[in-house]
Design a protein around this ligand. Structure first.
Ligand code: NI
Length: 157
């Protein structure tokens, strides 16, 4: 629960920022002491304020990972491309991407790394399969030296 939320009753929370109501259910989890100690250590290392918040994040992360196995699942992705400054084919491909019917380009950023190399970060939204296909075709282009795609499935149900 973020700052500014109002607890209503025992099991309903009204979050002012999201302006929607979520039902909160409490669950009990049994763990071996060693496992709990390891979890608490990990939690402290990452700076979680509570076990509940850490467990919620783990569950969301795992659901997102599982969703990514479905090519039709909705996702967002950041595609990182390091490429030669003089590669014009890549620039044309990036322009084609902007006109794709399947993907929505949310944003892109260009950074001049040094005299010869540029970094392009492209943020995409769309079905996982289309994002992967487009990203892989970009990464395999001549002139691209390094490429990486980071995907997140955004629907939790
Ligand atoms: Ni540049």
């Amino acid at each position: 629960m973020s700052t500014g939320c109002v607890v209503m009753g025992r099991s309903w929370v009204l979050c002012c920022q999201e302006t929607k109501m979520s039902q909160i259910d409490r669950i009990g989890v049994s763990l071996e002491k060693e496992l709990l100690d390891a979890f608490d250590g990990l939690m402290a290392k990452k700076g979680y304020p509570s076990r509940s918040e850490a467990i919620r994040d783990l569950i969301r992360q795992q659901i997102s990972v599982e969703k990514l196995a479905d090519p039709k699942a909705k996702a967002v992705a950041a595609v990182f491309l390091v490429y030669e400054h003089h590669s014009t084919k890549l620039m044309g491909m990036l322009a084609d991407l902007q006109h794709s019917h399947f993907l929505q380009v949310i944003s892109s950023m260009h950074i001049h790394l040094d005299e010869h190399n540029c970094l392009e970060v492209i943020v995409l939204r769309g079905p996982v399969g289309e994002i992967n296909k487009t990203a892989e075709s970009l990464i395999s282009l001549k002139g691209v030296k390094l490429g990486r795609i980071n995907l997140l499935a955004t629907e939790m149900t």
